[in-house]
Design a protein around this ligand. Structure first.
Ligand SMILES: Cc1cc2nc3c(=O)[nH]c(=O)nc-3n(C[C@H](O)[C@H](O)[C@H](O)COP(=O)(O)O)c2cc1C
Length: 320
């Protein structure tokens, strides 16, 4: 059976979305959006804000374990932060060496560090010391900054520093999110390190999954935007791997509606009313790649500004 992880996605997958997506389909574990470590050692409340799951055994309500991701470049502060974080018993600590955002890279964090394997080694080593064996440590990388020539060196530095698992997003920073993802590179990295490697990038449907497995040789995959666009993607992948027929599409929409309803209630609980409509529009915008019914609902909700109007529209659609 494939092992499937839910990707960290800052601004898209927060605790409310993790709740929804892990209820729709099972994942082996998921990772929070990154917590940025800059000039200070962060207090515990920063982690519990990003990962309220830490207050409930570090699992989503559906029981999927949650790892918390750190992003930063100062080994000492990263290690100290990891020590606090590990004390909160997350399902693991994950390190971000993939973020391409200029704002983050300008401050020396994320994928820009892939050009500095020595620093990758020191950061991972300091975090490993901070975690002190209490929880597993993983790291998420891209293939490089501008090209792939240091990909293997970067992966080996992360493992030498103490990462016990690598997630490889098979694109460089320069590639951004442009297709394709270079899945054969996942196989090359897996051959060069002695820890499990999880493949990631551009898996939107079962056919992509099958091609990714064939090209990467990897049975462990992390799903990002594809899991948000089709919350049953993980389930479809597991069914295909077991040789089972998928559910008909109309049945899926009926199963998804109450999940959308609960998501909306969660958003209303978390955000100010004027911020809430943007979140459901963002999700529907991705869901319409998969579900024609989501296209219809998106058109209905897109002009609405008031949370109460959105609630009415969702109710009319049968979300609660
Ligand atoms: C909106 C958005 C936010 C992201 N935030 C993070 C993040 O916080 N940490 C991280 O490691 N990767 C982040 N990523 C990268 C994803 O985890 C994943 O590696 C990438 O989207 C490729 O997978 P996909 O093609 O399946 O979406 C983000 C991606 C997107 C689209």
């Amino acid at each position: 059976m494939p092992r499937l992880l839910l990707a960290p996605m800052e601004g898209l997958v927060d605790a409310v979305m993790r709740e929804a997506l892990t209820r729709a389909a099972a994942y082996d574990w998921c990772v929070t959006e990154f917590v940025r470590v800059s000039n200070t050692v962060l207090p515990a409340r920063v982690y519990t804000r990003v990962a309220p799951e830490l207050l409930r055994g570090a699992c989503t309500a559906a029981g999927v374990p949650v790892r918390v991701q750190l992003l930063g470049s100062d080994p000492g502060r990263m290690g100290a932060c990891a020590a606090t974080l590990a004390g909160l018993n997350p399902a693991g600590v994950d390190l971000n060496f993939g973020c391409p955002a200029p704002m983050v890279n300008r401050h020396g964090g994320g994928s820009i560090l892939l050009d500095e394997p020595e620093l990758l080694y020191r950061i991972t080593g300091a975090v490993k010391d901070g975690v002190a064996g209490r929880v597993p440590l993983s790291a998420k990388m891209r293939l490089g900054v501008r090209d792939t020539h240091r990909a293997i060196e970067a992966a080996q530095a992360l493992v030498a520093g103490g990462a016990e698992l690598l997630v490889v997003h098979a694109r460089t920073k320069e590639d951004g999110y442009r297709p394709p993802a270079h899945w054969p590179w996942i196989a090359r990295i897996a051959e060069a390190v002695n820890v499990p490697v999880v493949g990631n990038g551009e898996i939107w449907n079962v056919a992509d999954y099958q091609r990714c497995v064939a090209e990467s040789g990897c049975q462990q995959l992390m799903l990002g935007r594809g899991a948000v666009a089709d919350p049953f993607l993980a389930e479809r992948i597991r069914a295909a791997a077991a040789g089972l027929e998928p559910h008909p599409a109309e049945v899926d929409w009926a199963r998804l509606l109450p999940v959308i309803g609960d998501f909306w209630q969660g958003v209303l609980h978390k955000l100010e009313p004027h911020q809430a409509p943007g979140r459901i529009k963002q999700w529907l915008n991705l869901l319409r790649r998969t579900f024609p019914q989501a296209e219809h609902l998106h058109q209905r909700i897109r002009p609405l500004r008031q949370a109460a109007e959105v609630t009415d529209a969702l109710q009319a659609a049968g979300a609660f």
